[in-house]
Design a protein around this ligand. Structure first.
Ligand code: CTP
Length: 453
């Protein structure tokens, strides 16, 4: 695969030398484009020696091969690390005054920015707006890591570790080729039922009544998940239509946040990857915020690589607009009303399952399903079919839509009522009560599966 590695002018440029090594050792050809400022930190000789290719940011080098067009066109993936506030601003504005910015404008494949800067710069409204603009165009912008910065200061703004950037970059492509799922949204293959590598064995759960009966609360004293690395997705994704509009969903994020709180209380190390939420995330969780399903996918696949448990509680958009309008879509009397064409998003849960099988990981994977019944089948039958289709170990099912009183039963409400189905046929466990009580029940079932009760 042809990868372009753009290097911005920050002290973290030295870490990109390690990232470059990860790419080349994985068999990829890498063209490094260091910005003028970056070569004050790491010289051109380093990039040329490590990549085995010329490294320049000038559009006037190798003019005969029309470098600024060729490199962008040939790139299967462009990664900019570190992405400084300056590079993000130039990319958002569409400036084209050097080889890196022209290459970004010529790009046909996925583009990933790994920002690094001081916290104040990252949080500045200008940078936030530039990041939002880039994301609205489908560009992937990682959240910076939190920790010690160049001076005595610390906070969000550190360049994510090279291995994390590498994993996020590889998640944007599949098997070293641009991902078909990114373009056409076709889901990744799901391993056959025989490939289950879930941890632990299946205790049989008797159905238990509300609230979360049969499932002891995962309070601080029980430490059911001590030392376990748990990745939880929460909230709803937003798929941009134009700079001001998006397709979203009703998810409040409450159940995902309750799960994060419950897992933290049970002693787990929690990474919460969240889309839009109406509630604040727990302060002790590692956070990664995303907008779109494709961003959620990249962050989740990257985090899942080192996780003992993955819980997909996010409401992921199954479809996204095929194109994102660069300008606000205007109503006009002289043209027909617009028709929005949608394309499928990848099925992230199925991809996490496929990734577990491919990497031979011992990992427990939990899906959520919001189901409605109809005249043909009840919600449970649809859920059982979904569990088989997705290949996860557990599926937490709730029936959504108006209840007997005509009021919405789940979305945005504080309580929940679920059935926890297991792929091996154990259970199901029923739980009801507050979203935290339901979360405690889910954590308890997970702990039983991991054998940590
Ligand atoms: N999910 C996912 N990627 C998607 C859609 C859903 O990972 N593109 C995950 C959700 O986070 C959840 C589970 O799959 O854990 C089930 O989500 P749901 O929306 O109920 O299922 P769909 O696959 O979208 O099925 P359908 O809408 O056809 O019922």
């Amino acid at each position: 695969m042809n990868i372009v590695l753009g290097v911005g002018g920050g002290i973290a440029a030295y870490k990109s030398a390690l990232l470059l090594r990860l790419f080349t050792e994985a068999g990829h050809q890498v063209t490094v484009i260091p910005t003028e400022a970056s070569v004050k930190f790491v010289g051109v000789a380093t990039w040329e020696a490590l990549s085995g290719r010329p490294a320049t940011n000038s559009v006037f080098d190798a003019v005969e091969s029309v470098n600024h067009v060729r490199i962008g066109h040939e790139a299967d993936l462009i990664v900019v690390a570190p992405a400084t506030a300056d590079v993000l601003a130039k990319a958002a504005a569409g400036l084209a005054n050097d080889l890196l910015t022209t290459t970004l404008l010529m790009a046909r494949g996925p583009v990933l920015f790994a920002p690094a800067m001081h916290t104040e710069m990252w949080r500045h409204a200008a940078t936030a707006a530039n990041v939002a603009t880039l994301r609205s165009r489908g560009v992937h912008v990682l959240e910076p890591a939190t920790g010690r910065l160049t001076g005595p200061d610390s906070g969000p703004g550190r360049l994510p570790e090279p291995a994390e950037i590498f994993a996020a970059a590889m998640a944007l492509v599949e098997g070293g080729r641009p991902s078909a799922a990114d373009d056409a949204g076709s889901p990744a293959p799901v391993p056959s039922p025989g490939t289950d590598r879930s941890a632990g064995t299946a205790p049989s759960h008797a159905a238990a009544g509300a609230p979360a009966a049969g499932a002891a609360p995962a309070d601080g004293s029980s430490r059911l998940l001590a030392g376990k690395r748990v990745v939880i997705t929460a909230g709803g994704t937003r798929e941009p239509l134009d700079p001001v509009r998006f397709l979203g969903n009703k998810s409040s994020g409450k159940q995902g946040v309750a799960l994060a709180e419950s897992a933290l209380a049970a002693g787990a190390e929690v990474m919460l990857i969240h889309g839009h939420m109406d509630v604040a995330p727990p302060p002790d969780a590692k956070l990664h915020s995303v907008d779109t399903a494709l961003e959620l996918r990249a962050a989740t696949l990257s985090a899942a690589a080192g996780a003992d448990v993955v819980i997909m509680a996010a409401a992921v958009a199954d479809f996204r607009p095929a194109t994102i309008s660069a300008g606000k879509i205007k109503k006009r009397d002289d043209v027909a009303d617009p028709v929005i064409k949608l394309v499928r998003n990848p099925d992230i849960l199925a991809e996490v399952v496929a990734h577990r099988a491919a990497q031979n990981l011992s990992q427990l994977i939990v899906g959520f399903a919001a189901e409605t019944g109809d005249e043909e089948h009840d919600a449970r039958s649809y859920a059982e079919a979904k569990l088989a289709r997705k290949g996860c170990d557990l599926l937490v099912v709730n029936e959504v839509g108006p209840g007997e009183t005509g009021q919405e039963r789940v979305f945005g409400r504080d309580g929940n009522q679920v059935e926890i189905l297991a792929r091996d046929g154990a259970g199901p466990v029923q739980a009801a009560g507050s979203k935290r009580q339901v979360a405690d029940a889910v954590v308890r079932v997970i702990a039983e599966r991991l054998g940590t009760t």
